[in-house]
Design a protein around this ligand. Structure first.
Ligand code: FAD
Ligand code: NAP
Length: 512
């Protein structure tokens, strides 16, 4: 018995000795451990592996408050860009079916939309992407661990499986790319109990029915847009303005178009409570902040699209002294994505002041790997990131809004060229093109450098992506005029803008 105790004691000592030497000698199991297998984390880990590094990535999805779960790939793949764009496409097809009759298609009987068919097809596509990500990690020899990661010290990460099994990983460098999750307004009674968020909408098996969308930014307007487009009674509740941070003239065009498309707007209204009636319907009480009056209506679903919170709480960052912005909860970063603790880096939605967009997370992750493991010193350029809001009338932009250009350069320091145009495809279809608009904001003096470019119309993302290259190269108004258009397209209208706002002339494009 005594011998057994001695041997156990020796084993314990040996185990501790190993743990101690591992810490003291800084022996690393990996060159890089990435916490978070979303857009940024996957890109960073695969790039590091291509550069010959030993890499592990931990990804773990905490189910939404409604119990929705999904696979590897993060927000964009599962509950963001991908299902959103596909549902947007479903809505555009509804409009195309209406147009089709004008173009001679004989469509007999009523055309109606079936949520379950759409959702199943999109969910299957997302599952195929989850699988694709796993295969890619395997092919590139990146170790994938379906574990929740937290930091033990600057070289040690603890992984925890759903069943509670722990794994300790050591690494020379640790990357945090844990993104964010939708926010619930917890002060509103019934909000969490009865509402859903963008973490749920794309995974619903049954139609959400008559829906109230609360919020007025990207997520709210995009979701309200596709819900309206597939034929659902949809209301957007806006507490202040739509699309904060975007050019407000264009934000107005986007919401005007949505109104004519069928989306209802409750402007300057704030929700007060959500109650479930015995019929199962959700009764929402809200206040009109302009009149102070209270209103009530019933909905089948309430979708909260009131912003996102970063996923930092479970990471143990405070223990290590990783600096966080107390107001936003995001990680404070240097231009090289370094945190306040050496060897720990972060980027993507978790980063303070970073755009919450997939391409910036991917690019930042790849560049970080090249700086850490290649010979590169190239930093991520977060200026002039192009973006598109996939509302029924899409809005793409790059650079400054008119308001921002004016505040930086003064009203007399900028020249705004603009045009209302009619997409050719709207003509035969007899669609109203009142909100199809182009705005090019330029410096007024010198060679009229372009400060901002804005486009509403079909395929705005495709159009804006091309012009973003010119923008990156420092394009001027004369470069724009020297560019030959492609006819007949909507994009060619951008290279033809010649009416200044200052002139007060009618900016409506006439003729070809
Ligand atoms: P994420 O993609 O969120 O990945 C983080 C991952 O880390 C997640 O899988 C998460 O579960 C995991 N994780 C969190 N904590 C831990 C932990 N402790 N351990 C292990 N894993 C953890 N962007 C665009 O560019 N275009 C669009 O059209 C677009 N549409 C959007 C639509 C919606 C509805 C939403 C919500 C977002 C959209 N975005 C869009 C934004 C885009 O999805 C995000 O900017 C992008 O996914 C951020 O990438 P990330 O790597 O920072 O984080
Ligand atoms: P967001 O941009 O933070 O907007 C939150 C919206 O909710 C705002 O309109 C805000 O109004 C409103 N709001 C906040 N609290 C509210 C409350 N208590 N009651 C009523 N309204 C409230 O959040 P988001 O739309 O979720 O988007 C998050 C990020 O995801 C975006 O910044 C974007 O980068 C990314 N994204 C990108 C795309 C794309 O590329 N197409 C699409 C979707 C999302 P106020 O203006 O009054 O504050």
């Amino acid at each position: 018995m005594a011998a057994l105790c001695r041997s156990r004691h020796r084993w314990k000592r040996t185990k501790w000795f190993h743990v101690l030497t591992r810490t003291l000698t800084e022996r690393s199991d990996y060159d890089l451990v990435v916490i978070g297998g979303g857009s940024g984390g996957l890109a960073c880990s695969k790039e590091a592996a291509l550069l010959g590094q030993r890499v592990a990535v931990l990804d773990y999805v905490e189910p939404s408050a409604k119990g929705t779960k999904w696979g590897l790939g993060g927000t964009c793949v599962n509950v963001g860009c991908i299902p959103k764009k596909l549902m947007h496409q479903a809505a555009l097809l509804g409009t195309a079916v209406k147009d089709a009759k004008k173009f001679g298609w004989q469509i007999t009987g009523p055309v109606c939309h079936d949520w379950a068919t759409m959702a199943e097809a999109i969910q299957n596509h997302v599952r195929s992407l989850n699988w694709g990500h796993r295969v890619q990690l395997q092919d590139k020899k990146v170790k994938y661990l379906n574990m929740k990661g937290s930091l033990v010290d600057e070289h040690t990460v603890k992984g925890l499986t759903k069943a509670g099994k722990e794994t300790i990983l050591t690494a020379k460098n640790v990357v945090i790319a844990t993104g964010g999750r939708p926010k619930y307004p917890t002060s509103i009674p019934g909000a969490m109990e009865h509402g859903i968020t963008s973490d749920d909408i794309f995974w619903l098996k049954k139609t959400p029915g008559k829906t109230l969308v609360v919020g007025a930014s990207y997520v709210a307007l995009e979701c309200a847009g596709f819900l309206t487009g597939i034929g659902l009674d949809t209301t957007v509740m806006v507490r202040s303005i739509a699309l904060r941070g975007f050019d407000q003239q264009i934000a107005g065009l986007v919401t005007d178009y949505m109104e004519t498309y069928g989306t209802k707007f409750a402007w300057k209204c704030v929700p007060k409570r959500v109650d479930k009636l015995s019929s199962g319907a959700l009764q929402v009480t809200w206040t009109d902040t302009q009149t102070g009056h209270e209103h009530k209506d019933t909905y089948d679903s309430v979708l909260w699209a009131v912003g996102r919170v970063p996923e930092t709480k479970a990471l143990g960052l405070d223990k290590l002294g990783v600096r966080i912005n107390k107001e936003t909860g995001k990680i404070v970063l240097g231009a090289d994505e370094s945190t306040s603790v050496p060897n720990i880096y972060a980027f993507g939605d978790i980063g303070e002041g970073r755009p919450e967009l997939t391409p910036t997370a991917i690019k930042a992750g790849k560049l970080l790997s090249h700086r850490l493991f290649g010979q590169s010193t190239e930093l991520m350029n977060y200026d002039n990131v192009p973006t598109t809001v996939f509302t029924p009338l899409e809005y793409g932009c790059v650079g400054l809004s008119e308001e921002e250009a004016e505040s930086r350069h003064g009203k007399d320091g900028i020249e705004v060229y603009h045009a209302f145009y009619k997409p050719l495809e709207f003509t035969v279809a007899e669609r109203d093109a009142s909100q199809c608009y182009i705005k090019v904001v330029c410096e007024r003096g010198g060679d009229q450098k372009i400060l901002g470019l804005h486009f509403t119309g079909p395929n705005a993302g495709e159009v804006t992506q091309g012009f973003a290259l010119g923008f990156q190269c420092g394009a001027t108004y004369s470069h724009l005029l020297q560019t030959v258009g492609i006819h007949p397209t909507c994009a060619e209208e951008v290279v033809k803008v010649n009416i200044t706002k200052r002139s007060g002339l009618d900016p409506t494009v006439t003729g070809c």
